[in-house]
Write a new protein. Structure first.
Lengths: 240, 250
């Protein structure tokens, strides 16, 4: 059992003081998690966060650019939507592997796949938000003498903000979920302890890492909700 | 891990290789995996529908509990699939039902939220008219609200159907079956097998989505079918395969 653990992961498990819980292969051995936090869970968590932030960031910039372009040239909406939606249905387990011959067993490969998955969600939500701006509002802004650029930044984007933020929330939790799969191309994430734990049949390791992904997703989602409330104080005023 | 990394360096080969793989290995491997994939999918969709549809429809009918409906969905949607699978398998063991449960968790949010929004946003005038005609609450629900909510209800079902089908391969990581057995075993099946099975998953995912679109047409009352443009205007998501239907207002 211990020999298998040592072979399983890049980190060295703490030998000697393994508790009865670990020996019984318990589902949640808190002492083992605490002892291995610094060596196993913390690096995986940090790497997972980095993967997520970069993917959502790049995905957002790309999706926003393309959505603004498609907002001007309406005919682009359908083909872009179809392409992104098709990319979204590619099983993550396959996409990571398929990209390897192109960009190798690298973080870049992981990010390409993760960004690909964000585009469908973010593009759809940004476009929907922009299209939901009432024509009267746009006309009123034009009547007040605002230029197209001013209308975009002062009227359309603020009105689209709730839809955009909803898209960011879904994209973020989706990437947090999919980043675990990047482990198949040896990129570090919380998927690492999950894969290793399952390969070695060491429950605490994969249950704890699984729980961490759940907590991470819920915390990230919560933080984005708070951000959204801060950014759209008028929505609260209208509800009240 | 070592074996998987070795297989990684294989070239993709010619473009027909994935299809040749599916053809050659259909009897020995692929067919079983497709059937297992449908097994998980059907069970997860059934559980998700049995939970999500009545709750969403009922809360929408009462115009109540939007907080519960939307937040349950938001939390469900935030849960990472592999994380839920890992916790479920570790605590409850590796069984068919535990794997199905993880995908049902994934499937419930779109179904519940869309059912809720669909029924909740039925034109109040139509409901008033139905009441004025002497319909009882149950009749209003079955004969007015549900038919009018069908586009969004189906948008939710179709999103979940596609999403679950495309995500089931992840089950192979925790020892489950389905097409993930091929995708997660590049050492045995080569990149051509991974790509072939991946393409098959995409086809199945888009296929169940399209199939539900046909079912939707069949169950939509003729009077509503005529106003296709209107229905599309109400539920733009119903015509796409996007996972962002009925963006809930937080």
């Amino acid at each position: 059992m211990h020999a298998m653990l040592a072979a399983g992961g890049p980190v060295i498990p703490s030998f000697g003081k393994s508790s009865s819980c670990v020996q019984d292969n318990g589902a949640f051995c808190f002492d083992w998690i605490r002892d291995n936090w610094d060596s196993t869970f913390q690096p995986a968590l940090i790497s997972h966060l980095k993967l997520t932030v970069i993917a959502v960031g790049i995905g957002f910039v790309l999706a926003l650019g393309l959505a603004l372009l498609a907002h001007q040239r309406r005919w682009l909406i359908t083909p872009l939507t179809l392409v992104f939606a098709t990319v979204f249905t590619i099983p993550s387990l396959a996409l990571f592997q398929v990209l390897v011959p192109i960009s190798g067993l690298t973080v870049l490969t992981a990010e390409i796949a993760l960004v690909g998955y964000t585009l469908s969600i973010l593009f759809a939500n940004i476009i929907t938000g922009l299209r939901e701006v009432p024509a009267e509002v746009r006309d009123a802004a034009r009547g007040m003498g605002l230029s197209d650029r001013q209308i975009l930044f002062r009227v359309e984007l603020p009105i689209a903000l709730p839809a955009v933020m909803a898209g960011l929330r879904i994209a973020t939790v989706t990437v947090i979920s999919l980043a675990t799969i990047a482990t198949v191309i040896t990129v570090q994430s919380l998927g690492g302890p999950i894969f290793e734990g399952i390969q070695n049949d060491f429950k605490t390791k994969y249950v704890a890492a699984g729980l961490l992904t759940v907590v991470l997703a819920l915390v990230a989602d919560g933080l984005l909700v708070i951000t959204q409330r801060r950014l759209t104080p008028w929505a609260r005023a209208r509800r009240a | 891990m070592g074996a998987r990394a070795e297989g990684m360096t294989l070239p993709v080969g010619d473009i027909s290789a994935p299809f040749t793989f599916l053809w050659d290995q259909w009897d020995s491997q692929v067919r079983d995996n497709v059937l297992q994939q449908f097994g998980y999918w059907g069970a997860a969709m059934a559980i998700a529908s049995v939970i999500g549809l009545p709750v969403g429809v009922w809360l929408g009918h009462l115009h109540r509990g939007s907080f519960v409906a939307i937040n349950t969905s938001n939390i469900g949607r935030a849960l990472p699939t592999l994380g839920v699978l890992a916790v479920g398998i570790g605590v409850f063991g590796l069984t068919f039902l535990n794997i199905v449960f993880a995908f049902a968790v994934l499937a419930i949010p779109p179904i519940l939220t869309n059912a809720y929004v669909g029924v909740d946003s039925v034109d109040p005038d139509a409901v008033e008219a139905a009441k004025g005609m002497g319909m009882r609450p149950r009749e209003v629900l079955v004969r007015v609200e549900l038919p009018l909510a069908l586009p969004l209800i189906f948008a939710g079902l179709r999103t979940s159907a596609l999403f679950v089908m495309a995500t089931i391969p992840i089950a192979a990581i925790v020892g489950g079956k389905g097409l993930g057995e091929i995708i997660n075993n590049q050492a045995s099946f080569r990149l051509s097998g991974v790509i072939g099975a991946g393409i098959l998953v995409i086809v199945l995912a888009l296929g169940v989505n399209a199939l539900l679109g046909v079912v939707q047409r069949l169950v939509t009352p003729r009077g509503l079918r005529l106003s296709g443009a209107d229905a599309r205007g109400d539920a733009p998501a119903a015509t796409t395969v996007l996972p962002t239907t009925a963006t809930p207002e937080q």
